[in-house]
Design a binder for this molecule. Structure first.
Ligand code: C5P
Length: 398
């Protein structure tokens, strides 16, 4: 069963009697784990109040394009960027026409123009309006541009007619929406991902580690599971919860991460972990006491950790191996030498000297490097980036 856990669903509500079902729809979307924000047209507010949808979504409802207060907080461009999917339910004949024309004459249509996330529509209207050639032509245009259309159902209508035009039931719509995130691109494949930092113990209370949040690796695990792969996530210590349908194997040190990686059969191996390069030569059994009272210094002898991804890639039956390269300068050339030296199939390189992306940030921008070329992927959320990366990994693997 698909889920909407961690998904940002931007729900557009337009002015039809089915707008009353939007309240129930928000409940069902939230049941599947979605974070829901609502945008309403002015006509929608004649049928149901923003306050109702605010209370149910737990977020402010957006209604005005030129609202200085909203623009100072989450304006139309931020909302468009925030969305993992833009779902318009109910979607009236008028709105379908405006979307087909590419109009931006209110908040909802402006967001539709600015939004790069997938668009899904649940049409709702009188049966004659639904079967009108203008509506059908407009809808065909939107489908041709990639929009998904759910329903409408057939049955008795609020206006007394009977026929196609009723908005589908909220529970059905929520399930259909969740299925938009299951691409099947990796179905039947075993994907193993390492993520997060490792901790290298010094004594029972101290360790060496780094600032990796694990967000990129977890986003990739979510995207791989949604693409149908059996996904195992070998994770160092993080604050993150395990994505749906992902098997997490918790580890602490680099050696434990390597052991876990060697124990998993993989068709595709993605090394997103920030593995500590060195560990203390010995782990003291008791807490080390303050030393060097005279000099103010102490010495810790470190030994090199195994290179997990290089070990996996050196296997005679090596999986398709994807590595990361976090660099502060000469990003592409350093990453390319890693591709060759570690025998990787793809390297995802990012510039960690930039403040807006990378370590601990929610956004990232990367350059994807293979033996034959390179491609820059613009900044976006780590989840959106993971979806793009999984698409490219699946193509390269096949
Ligand atoms: O050498 P560097 O740490 O920059 O390489 C980064 C890539 O190698 C990442 O994919 C990382 O997960 C992996 N790596 C590893 N084991 C190590 C060090 C890095 O798997 N000991």
């Amino acid at each position: 069963m698909s889920s909407l856990i961690n998904k940002h669903v931007l729900l557009g509500v337009s002015g039809g009697i089915a707008a009353y079902k939007s309240a129930e729809l928000i409940r069902r979307l939230k049941d599947l784990g979605a974070d829901v924000r609502v945008v309403m047209t002015s006509a929608a507010q004649e049928f149901i109040t923003p306050l109702t949808l605010q209370a149910l979504s737990g977020n402010p409802v957006y209604t005005e394009l030129l609202d200085p207060e909203a623009e100072a907080g989450m304006g139309h461009i931020e909302l468009a960027r925030w969305a993992d999917i833009f779902f318009i339910a109910p979607c009236t004949a008028d709105l379908i026409a405006r979307l087909a024309l590419g109009q931006g004459n209110d908040l909802l249509t402006t967001i539709a123009l600015a939004c790069q996330a997938p668009l899904a529509l649940a049409p709702a209207m009188n049966q004659a309006m639904w079967s009108h050639a203008a509506t059908q032509d407009n809808l065909a245009l939107l489908i041709n541009r990639g929009a998904k259309v759910f329903g409408p159902d057939s049955g008795s209508q609020a206006c007394g007619d009977t026929g196609f035009g009723r908005m589908s039931e909220p529970a059905v719509l929520a399930t259909q929406l969740s299925e938009c995130f299951s691409s099947g691109l990796l179905s039947g494949l075993n994907v193993v991902i390492t993520a997060g930092p490792t901790r290298e113990a010094i004594d029972p209370v101290r360790y060496i580690s780094n600032h990796s949040s694990g967000k990129m690796g977890y986003a990739l695990a979510q995207a791989c599971a949604e693409a149908g792969a059996r996904t195992r996530l070998i994770s160092g210590p993080t604050q993150l919860s395990c994505p749906a349908n992902v098997e997490r194997i918790d580890v602490t040190s680099a050696q434990e991460m390597l052991d876990a990686a060697l124990a998993c059969k993989a068709d595709i191996f993605i090394g997103a972990a920030a593995v500590a390069d060195y560990r203390p030569e010995t782990i003291a059994e008791q807490k080390i006491k303050k030393q060097g009272a005279d000099t103010g210094t102490t010495t810790l002898t470190l030994v090199q950790n195994p290179d997990i991804i290089a070990t996996i890639a050196s296997d005679i039956n090596k999986p398709f191996v994807v590595g990361f390269a976090a660099e502060t300068e000469n990003v592409v050339s350093y990453a390319r030498s890693k591709l060759i030296k570690k025998r990787l199939d793809l390297v995802i390189a990012n510039d960690v000297s930039r403040q807006d992306i990378g370590f601990n940030s929610d956004d990232n921008a990367v350059t994807l490097i293979s033996a034959t070329g390179e491609e820059y992927l613009e900044p976006r959320s780590k989840y959106q980036l993971a979806l793009e990366l999984v698409r490219r990994i699946a193509i390269a693997y096949r």
